[in-house]
Write a protein that binds this ligand. Sequence first.
Ligand code: G3I
Length: 338
Amino acid sequence: MTLRLGRRRFPALALLTAAVLMLPQAATAAPATAQADTLGAQAALSGRYFGTAVAAGRLGDSTYAGIVDREFSSVTAENEMKWDTVEPSRGSFNFGPGDQIANRALGRGQQVRGHTLVWHSQLPGWVGSIRDANTLRSVMNNHITTVMNHYRGKIHSWDVVNEAFADGGSGQLRSSVFRDVLGDGFLEEAFRTARQADPNAKLCYNDYNIENWTDAKTQGVYRMVRDFKARGVPIDCVGLQAHFGAGGPPANFQTTVSSFAALGVDVQITELDIAQASQTAYANAVRACMNVARCTGITVWGVRDSDSWRTGQNPLLFDNAGNKKPAYHSVMSVLGGA
Ligand code: G3I
């Protein structure tokens, strides 16, 4: 940092005093040259990405597309890479909508998150009705391999398994066709298959309600990741969805972020939205990521309030007309180090 003190010569002590007096200001405000004017560019100053969920059907809306292109350095397909779209019947793959989102983003220099390979929801009925373990294992591995091969080299991080843990106090996996037919080992198998399919993609476990460090569900996921790391099962990242109520993240959210990171995985905030989008709540969520070196990026789950799955809760950073909301500015401020 250059201290511009004019041409006068100052005694050393006076200079030191001046420097010390200036320090608090210098520590809280990023240097003028380091300020960016979009979420993606601002996050990039600390080596992070700032992304959004994108719906292919909205890309024809120029206000929507304009914000996506201007503000974000990463995109996640909101629905278009899910099993029911990608493989609606066995062995018949439809990559059209996912390709539309991925190719558009890559052409504009944005990264793409892959969401998602193995999930009990938005799963076509033909998968959900399989009862034979060998058949389901082969179907699951074929789905992972085919989809990852198709997108090889294009996806920064894949949500290999989504929402496999149960809500409530058990800390165990939820009942699903995968758990019920293949046993708990389906998770490990999915990650091993994914690593083989695209060794360069980061492999994430993604879930909701794992933001509060003391919750049984959080602890269950933590034990799984710790076990995977101890046994050499490939896993590179944990996605904390971060769908928050109006109060924003729990007070111990940063403990959760740093505890996962300490296991040797990246942490990503993957689906952030907050009921009513208070400035403080958004600032707290983003600050927890900024304070942990291995928290590598943040994705908000939609662009304008009118694009959100949480109808009527106004949980996003842009209003229905595409204007920046107060929370946008608090996010920018925290991304800039304030
Ligand atoms: O595509 C059909 C359309 O053909 C039909 O006319 C219409 C009628 O309702 O439905 C359309 O499908 C909807 C789809 O979004 C696409 O718009 C589904 O009904 C609807 O259920 C689906 O909701 C998505 C939801 O996942 C499904 O679980 C949301 O858009 C999406 O934001 C949401 O995202 C999930 C993440 O993937 C995982 N974490 C939680 C998050 C929020 O639920």
